[in-house]
Design a protein around this ligand. Structure first.
Ligand code: MET
Ligand SMILES: [Zn+2]
Length: 755
């Protein structure tokens, strides 16, 4: 039996740890390497330093079992693809490191692999490409090297890989794969390679390996559950392998629980923070196994309720072989440490725990569990009570046709109005001024002069190029959520609370810790200033309640919906003040609408209903002639188009150019009854679109949407671009619109349907 030759799983562990470095050392090393200012050797040295520090640090905090192979130069899913040699031919080159970065970031002649959100987190992974002809081969180099590196420091580690089922479910079919092919069809071949990877790890003397299977917490088909069974039956019966620890996280195993329980794997990880499965059920199903109990949340920044966690652990221990105290998921999703957060209110500080503090909690809980008598466990209290109250309704605006008429009269816009999504380039001068302000070297009035100068520049450019609805350019914001968090009560912002978003990119999410109030207007003076510069309409620009909540660490002592409604009230007050200041177009962005969507379908409708309610609460105070816009970044709106429709915004702008107009193929989008602006150029690339391209996209839009509802705009905000790129691209957009308008104008022999 494998269980016999496997040493017992140590008493405490974490599923993963931040890898960007406490001072974002890895971020800087990566960017130096990409910019050609550092060698591959220097980058590798920094990587080794980050890993060594992590292992030594975790051990010094008292953690028993250390993970390895959780370090990454870009992304752990990409690392697993490399471990299987699932590298599309077009990326292969002489240097493995550059092949790796070409997949992640593209190379001069090849676009990168797609990137998308990691379940319902703000982390993004690289989507592997698997075809019927992909040749898999074990490449255990990285996992083995890390284990060996730790061993040289005197530390045993547990290598972590993405498990085979999750890996294949997250992969996409390679271009040219026959219709109906899914990467999961390759399970058999992939399992063979996983087996050989595990053998290589066993040969290295590794006693446990962790296979992450977060895909098991979403709804799975019977065939997918069969794949789980097949995978772990196969891997479990291999003889040359370490102990197998299958880690689930971000929710419940649900129907996958009995499936995984019946395979020969020795340890199963369960998320006891987000999971809803009663402890007794878990205990009964997993009797005879080691249960790695995720009682310390890896997704939020709050301290763990010690008594409740301990009660859960004890109840579980009454049923199963062995209980290991752990985090609910990798700590990748929280900042490193509170140690340097000297600016936070002490009362708030006492409620917080970042990665290091969470590791200390795991260690402490393991100690308490060991000391606690093995008596009849008291049942873990049910913490998931709460009733679904009815949805509040805010129907203060007239039906869309009435509003549309009022707005047409009030705004007097031409056909195919041209606008942008809000932000204009964040120039070097502006960034320098903001940094000087933060260091206390630039007085506030001087900084504000800088902001006004940027607003003026953006407005002048838009006037000169002939846009119809102008924006002020958002120069006062470093970030569309943080800016509002800084101006609302109930939020705190950290100094060093960086969390990896993708690659070297990190964000510093605000902490929503208390009741949210807006003490004073936030954006009104900037909107007013912009208006004073031009006769054209200037669009007020706000971030919506769902997005503010989604991109913050939020309190967990109130239901999410109530937190959202509080934020909605603050946004609503800002909408009303903008309107009173004469702003007649107001955009309330919700790029994160889809993000908090529960992983299980059964919970999705209720979530969307509340998200929609929050948005309407924020926007429905506006009068009929005030035009409400919203912006969502993605185009695969299919799953949420009903919700987008229910937002009841007068105009919705979405990304479209980047995905080659895919949004236009959605029937629900064609039937969308209000203003719609599918982006006509991709802002993610520095490339200035050719006139023909923009015109073609616009023609495609006009083939499926009636011209009177079409808006012309880029895919998203322009803040990451330069003025040079933006001016050229906007000029192209305006010119293309002009040509289309001329063709739309009533002519004796033609109609709009001939476009
Ligand atoms: C991620 S969506 C961004 C919307 C915001 N108004 C901007 O233009 O930057
Ligand atoms: Zn966007």
């Amino acid at each position: 039996m494998p269980a016999e030759r496997t040493s017992p799983f140590p008493a405490s562990t974490v599923l993963g740890y931040p890898r960007i470095g406490p001072d974002r050392e890895l971020k800087r090393a990566l960017e130096r390497y990409w910019d050609g200012h550092a060698t591959a050797g220097e980058l590798r040295q920094e990587g080794a330093r980050v890993r060594e520090r992590t292992w030594r640090h975790l051990r010094s905090l008292g953690l028993d079992a250390l993970p390895s192979n959780t370090f990454s130069y870009y992304d752990q899913v990409l690392d697993t693809a490399v471990a299987l040699d699932a590298v599309p031919e077009r990326y292969r080159g002489p240097s493995p490191l550059d092949t790796y970065f070409a997949m992640a970031r593209g190379a001069p002649d090849v676009a990168p692999l797609r990137m998308t959100k990691w379940f319902d987190t703000n982390y993004h992974y690289i989507v592997p490409e698997i075809g019927p002809d992909t040749v898999f081969r074990p490449v255990p180099d990285k996992a083995v090297a890390e284990a060996r590196e730790a061993r040289a420091l005197g530390l045993d580690t547990r290598p972590v890989l993405i498990g085979p089922v999750t890996f294949l479910l997250l992969a996409q079919a390679a271009p040219g794969a026959p219709k109906g092919f899914h990467p999961l069809d390759r399970l058999g071949d992939v399992l063979d390679v996983y087996g050989r990877l595990l053998a290589a790890l066993a040969a290295e003397g590794v006693s446990w390996a962790q296979l992450d299977e977060p895909a098991l917490v979403a709804d799975r088909t019977g065939a997918e559950l069969d794949a789980v069974r097949q995978a772990y039956e196969h891997l479990g019966t291999l003889t040359a392998r370490p102990g197998l620890f299958v880690a689930s996280y971000f929710g419940d195993l649900g129907e996958a629980l009995p499936v995984i329980a019946r395979t020969p794997v020795e340890a199963v990880g369960v998320d006891l923070v987000r999971g809803r499965t009663p402890v007794r059920t878990l205990g009964e199903e997993l009797a005879g196994k080691t249960v790695v109990a995720g009682v310390v949340s890896g997704r939020d920044v709050w301290r763990t309720g010690r008594d409740r966690a301990l009660a859960t652990l004890r109840a579980l221990r009454a049923h199963v072989d062995r209980v290991v105290v752990s985090t609910s998921c990798s700590l990748l999703h929280v900042p490193h440490s509170l140690e340097r957060e000297t600016g936070l209110d002490p009362a708030l500080l006492r409620r917080l725990a970042f990665a290091d503090e969470k590791v200390a909690e795991v260690v402490e809980l393991a100690r308490l569990l060991k000391a606690a008598p093995r008596v009849e466990p008291f049942p873990a209290p049910d913490v998931h009570g709460g009733t679904e109250a009815g949805l509040p309704v805010w129907e203060t605006r007239s039906p869309y046709p009435v509003r549309a008429a009022a707005q047409a009269e009030h705004l007097g816009l031409p056909a195919l109005p041209v606008t942008t999504i809000g932000s204009f380039p964040q120039t070097d001068e502006l960034r320098a001024a903001r940094a000087a302000l933060a260091r206390g070297e630039l007085p506030v009035p001087d900084y504000e002069d800088r902001v006004r100068a940027e607003i003026e520049r953006a407005v002048r450019v838009q006037e000169r190029l002939g846009l119809d609805v102008l924006v002020h350019g958002e120069p006062e914001r470093n970030d569309m959520v943080q800016y509002f968090a800084e101006h609302l009560d109930g939020f705190a912002v950290t100094r060093h609370g960086w969390v990896q978003s993708y690659g070297s990119r990190c964000t510093r999410p605000p902490i929503l810790h208390g009741d949210v109030h807006r003490p004073a207007p936030i954006t009104v003076r900037w909107a007013r200033y912009a208006r004073s510069l031009t006769d054209r309409p200037v669009k007020g620009m706000l971030t919506g309640p769902v997005t503010i909540v989604a991109w913050s660490f939020r309190r967990d002592d109130l239901p999410l919906r109530e937190v959202m409604l509080q934020v909605a009230d603050a946004v609503r007050a800002e909408v009303l003040d903008l309107e009173a200041a004469g702003v007649s177009v107001i955009q309330v962005d919700e790029p994160a609408l889809r993000e908090l969507m529960p992983l299980r379908r059964a919970a999705q409708d209720a979530y969307l209903a509340w998200a929609v309610a929050a948005y309407r609460r924020a926007t429905s105070g506006a009068g009929d002639r005030t035009q409400i816009h919203t912006h969502l970044c993605y185009s695969d709106a299919d799953q949420i188009i009903a919700a987008v429709d229910a937002l009841d915004a007068d105009v919705t702008t979405v990304e479209s150019a980047r995905s080659h107009g895919r949004v236009l193929r959605e029937p629900a989008v064609r039937d969308f009854g209000r203003g719609l602006g599918p982006g006509v150029y991709d802002i993610h690339s520095p490339r200035v679109p050719a006139a023909g391209e923009v015109e073609e996209l616009l023609e495609a839009v006009l083939r499926v949407l009636p011209a009177e509802r079409v808006w012309v705009n880029p895919d998203c905000g322009l803040k990451t671009r330069t003025y040079e790129q933006v001016e050229a691209a906007l000029a192209t957009m305006v010119a293309a619109t002009g040509r289309l308008r001329a063709r739309l104008a009533p002519q004796p022999s033609s109609s709009s349907s001939s476009v």
